[in-house]
Design a protein around this ligand. Structure first.
Ligand code: SF4
Ligand code: SF4
Length: 404
């Protein structure tokens, strides 16, 4: 159904603008699968917008977004940068008179937005059907297991020493084939990330009037917005305004901002360690681990710390933003913790040159997790590292005077 705003004397319903707007009556039901379960309860009082510490005149939320969801305005939701401006403190949910859980709706709308940015359609399956992720993981396990493990059924003798039958990794697939698989997966990830990023920019620019409206800004505005974004990413000031740092706060080392910082910092160190490893060992063919290994160990430890803090907070349901836990929340924490721990186990295995079924299974689990992380990077919750900075940039560009 398409309705067009009648201008003279007609007061437009909330969420309807000058453009023809497609209504999707089935959208509300679909959004439930993304985690927006309280949309119908909202009676549009605006309390959530009033209490939200990050909602401004120019970019008010979450009431507006809940209203879009009620009306089935899919395009409005897909193009709205506001879900990314919310840090999910849960304050709005805690004070909603109808218990309509607007904070959870904002989280669901971020998932919905990721599904709209993703050209492959995988993100949509991922969020709407939890079994899809299990099937995807198992499929990856089978494919990698095929490449990775083979059974030497017979005992064999090398230099007079008899070895028992055992699992052996990579001993029958040509090295070039494995290398090409890695290149293919890396290229696929690059394509998915770039196309998701481009789609997000195209959609988020729509409410701003599209690419052409960027011409309204002076050259200095772009630089200023960029500097504000840089400051924000370093200090995470908005998250501090919207988090567990108020009165009666937990100690600093248990706060969301610190835990988030350790996860991000650890992730960056692990990425740096992997890149150095690739550079020295793979490209230069040097057995040099002097920088990569300590970086990887430090990165793994601090990331594990942040993940355990987040897990503990969810288990305690101590703050408004941890009262609802979706399968996507469980999966991302479980996934990153397993990836981290198996990474440490592999380090021990390599340093001690342990062999056996257990070592190979750990290697397989770690490979499956790492491959999944690479392939689904732009579709999971981790994708907020791509889309939140983009939304913040447009927000700072559009609102140069705001402090939030
Ligand atoms: S979500 Fe709750 S607080 Fe917000 S407008 Fe609806 S009823 Fe009011
Ligand atoms: S969860 Fe926090 S930041 Fe997000 S809309 Fe609600 S009050 Fe605002």
């Amino acid at each position: 159904m398409v309705i067009t705003r009648v201008t003279n004397g007609y007061r437009k319903p909330e969420g309807i603008d000058e453009m023809a707007t497609a209504l999707q009556p089935e959208l509300k039901q679909d959004l439930v699968r993304y985690g927006a379960r309280g949309v119908d309860l909202c009676f549009n009082c605006g309390n959530c917008t009033a209490v939200c510490p990050l909602s401004l005149d120019g970019t008010s939320f979450p009431r507006k977004l809940v209203r879009y969801a009620q009306l089935g305005l899919g395009e409005k939701l897909a193009t709205a940068p506001e879900p990314w401006l919310c840090y999910y403190c849960g304050e709005c949910s805690a004070t909603c008179p109808r218990e309509a859980t607007p904070g959870e709706t904002m989280a669901a709308l971020r998932r919905y937005a990721i599904a709209q940015y993703d050209p492959s359609g995988i993100a949509s399956l991922l969020y709407r059907f939890p079994w899809f992720l299990v099937a995807f993981t198992l499929l990856l396990g089978v494919v990698l297991g095929f490449f990775h493990l083979s059974i030497q059924v017979a005992k064999h003798t090398v230099d007079g020493v008899t070895f028992p039958a055992h699992w052996a990794a990579f001993n029958w697939i040509p090295y070039e084939t494995i290398h090409m698989l890695g290149v293919f997966v890396g290229a696929l990830m690059g394509i998915l990330v770039l196309s998701g990023f481009a789609n997000a920019a195209r959609l988020m620019l729509k409410p701003h009037g599209g690419i052409r409206s960027l011409g309204k800004h002076k050259a200095g505005d772009f630089g200023q917005a960029f500097r504000r974004l840089g400051r924000e990413l370093v200090t995470m000031r908005r998250q501090a305004e919207c988090s567990d740092e108020g009165e009666g706060a937990e100690p600093w080392y248990l706060r969301a901002r610190f835990a988030h910082g350790t996860i991000m910092g650890g992730f960056m160190l692990l990425l740096a360690a992997t890149s150095l490893d690739f550079f020295f060992v793979f490209l230069l063919k040097m057995e040099f681990y002097g920088i990569a290994r300590p970086l990887g160990i430090i990165g793994g430890i601090i990331m594990l710390y942040g993940l355990l803090v987040y897990t503990w907070k969810r288990m305690r349901k101590a703050t408004p933003n941890t009262t609802v836990t979706t399968p996507a929340d469980v999966w991302i924490l479980f996934f990153l913790i397993v990836l981290d721990i198996t990474g440490f186990a592999l380090l021990l295995i390599t340093m001690n040159q342990w062999q056996g079924v257990a070592s190979d299974v750990i290697l397989l689990v770690h490979s499956v997790m790492a491959m999944e992380l690479v392939l689904l990077f732009s579709m999971t919750k981790i994708a907020h590292a791509l889309y939140r900075p983009m939304a913040l940039y447009f927000h700072f560009l559009k609102n140069p005077e705001t402090t939030a």
